[in-house]
Every structure is written in structure tokens, then in C-alpha cells.
Design a protein around this ligand. Sequence first.
Ligand SMILES: *Cc1c(COP(=O)(O)O)cnc(C)c1O
Length: 361
Amino acid sequence: MTTPPAPQPGIMEIALYQGGASEIAGQSDPLKLSSNENPFGPSPAAVAAMAGVLGEAHRYPSTDHAALRAAIARVEGMDPDRIICGVGSDEVLHLLCQAYAGPGTEVMHTEHGFAMYRISALAAGATPVEVPERDRTVDVDALLERAGPLTRLVFIANPANPTATLLESGALVRLADGLPDGCLLVLDGAYAEFAEGYDAGLALVESRANVVMTRTFSKAYGLGGLRVGYGYAPRAVIDVLNRIRGPFNLSGLALAGAEAAVRDRDWVAECLRVNAAERARLAGGLRQLGIACDDSHANFVLARFADEADAVAADAHLKAAGIIVRHPKGYGFPEALRITVGRPEDNDRVLAALGSFRGAA
Ligand SMILES: *Cc1c(COP(=O)(O)O)cnc(C)c1O
């Protein structure tokens, strides 16, 4: 018997990504508030555009994504030549690690940061380095202190997941300008649309050689199942990433849906308007029940209970009411539940269920 090769170093250290649950045993139609999806679904224009291209499935898609990049650039005020589209923003994060990190180098992320940063770093053979946060917020000083000659990438999500906190622009400038040479700052803007007045880091990308932004159609645009995201970066970085990107990474269906979605400004504006009102109402309702919660800059809230046992009991109570939320224990919050902001009637159900939990407790 000959043996197969061993995988590359780092790969067996990867713990599989845990997505938000979508089922409750014995419940046929649960309310899913575990994955920060848009509760209103995709724009009807995006659905129609996708239906319109189904008969073209025998054709290979565009390799340069020119039409989608042009549509994004027009709406966001970007240079289309500095956009790279990926299979979700996850693919862009992965390409960044593959291109810039590897054995003997470090990839930094923060204590409560998104799981994909560590996974992509390990997949590239690099060493993930976790830096503490302060009061559930990215700590710029801690990052600057830890960054060194081996650091190639620093990943932060702004607004962050699962905390929903936001770093203001002065802190981002300080971080970008304080990092050592040879290190890229990656601003993961998966929730940037939800943060009022935040440019997602656009001005920083435009004015610096060491800043990259990632964005996605999975959250505000309600297209998590379609898998489309993009990066906005200095031209030199785009040139590097395009060399390792699969030529047909995005399907024709995905390109058509995303392009129509980004053009439908009214749909996304209405979703953002409802989200902003509802997240404030949800956070206020939680606080009235004695459940601590920071102001959210995203489409979810992090509800903090007395301790882990209290959070687990609340989770079970919500499940019994047919509601699925996320217990972010693996993100360093055993005492919390992350609750996606739903439609107004969904949020009523959450508050009613937690009210009865508190009443029963
Ligand atoms: C949801 C999410 C993403 C988006 O991933 P996609 O691959 O674009 O679906 C990226 N970063 C964070 C922090 C997220 O929560």
C-alpha cells in the first residue's frame, strides 16, 4: 500500500467554518435570524434578471466581469479597473492570503474577528495572530503594537461581526498609516452599507497604497445564496489577485443578479431604512428587558446575557418559539446571542419570546 501525500502545513489546524443554523427539529417553518441575511430577500429586479439568463446556461460567463464592475463603479463612485469580483467576499479574502501570505509570515485579526480570516491564513500556510479587542471594539493600538516585519495582512471588519461596533475614520487612518511597510490593511465591509455616513474605507483605498476594501452582495443586497462579493484595491494589488483568480469564478447567473441588484437603488435604500429603524427598536427592547446590547451599526445586534447558562437558556426558549439565532461562543461570546434584525413582525416575535423568557426566569 502506498500512502497519499500529507496536506500542506496549517491545513489540518483549520476547524470547519460553522454557518448559522437553519433548522429546528420538529418545526416546519422557523424564523431564521442566524446568518445576517436580508429578511426581505433580493431585489425583484435581480430575480427577474437572473430568470432572464437561465436559458444561456450553456455559455461560459465573462472572465473580466466588466459589466458588473462598471455598474458597481458607477453607483459607488469607484474606478472600475480597481475592482475584483469574487465568489463572495470570502474568495477575495482567500486570494489576498494566497497572494501575500505564506509560511513564515503572519496574518493578523482581532479577538472577536470573522472566522474566515484565520481559515484563509492557515490555508495559505501563514500563521494567524489574534490581537485583543477593547470593549468589544477593534483596538488600533493593540494592532499597531503587535504588527511587525513578518505581518503581511491585517483583517478587520468595519462594522464588525459579531459585535456590530464601528471604528471611526480617524482610527482607521491611524491604523493604515501606522502599519509597517510591506503590510496590507484589509477593511472587510460586509456590513458597510448599514453604517450611516461610513464610506466603507473608500477614501483610504483611494489615497493609500496599503489599503484594500472588500464588499459583498450577501448582506444588504440579500444575495447570500448567489455568492458575489468584490474587492477594491490599488491597481498593483488587483493585478496580483487577477493572476490567481479562476477565470470563470462567477457564473452568468451570479453576474446578472448582482448587476441588477446594484442598479436597484430604491430596493436597497428601503431595506436599509427599515433595518436602521428596527435595529434601534430591537436594541431598545432588549435593554428594557435588562439584556445588555451595544448600539448596532450593522443588521444584527449582540445581546449579552448574565452568563453562558443564561444565554443558552434564552437560545432554547427562542428555539421553542420557532426562532433561530446565533450563539457566538466560538467568537469569544459564550454569554451572548447574535440576533439578525428581521422584518418588524419578526422583531416583535423575538422581543415577545425574550419577554416571556425573562418573565419565566
Ligand atoms: C457575511 C460576512 C462576509 C461576507 O461573506 P461573503 O463571502 O461575501 O458571503 C464577510 N465578512 C464578514 C465579517 C461577514 O460577516
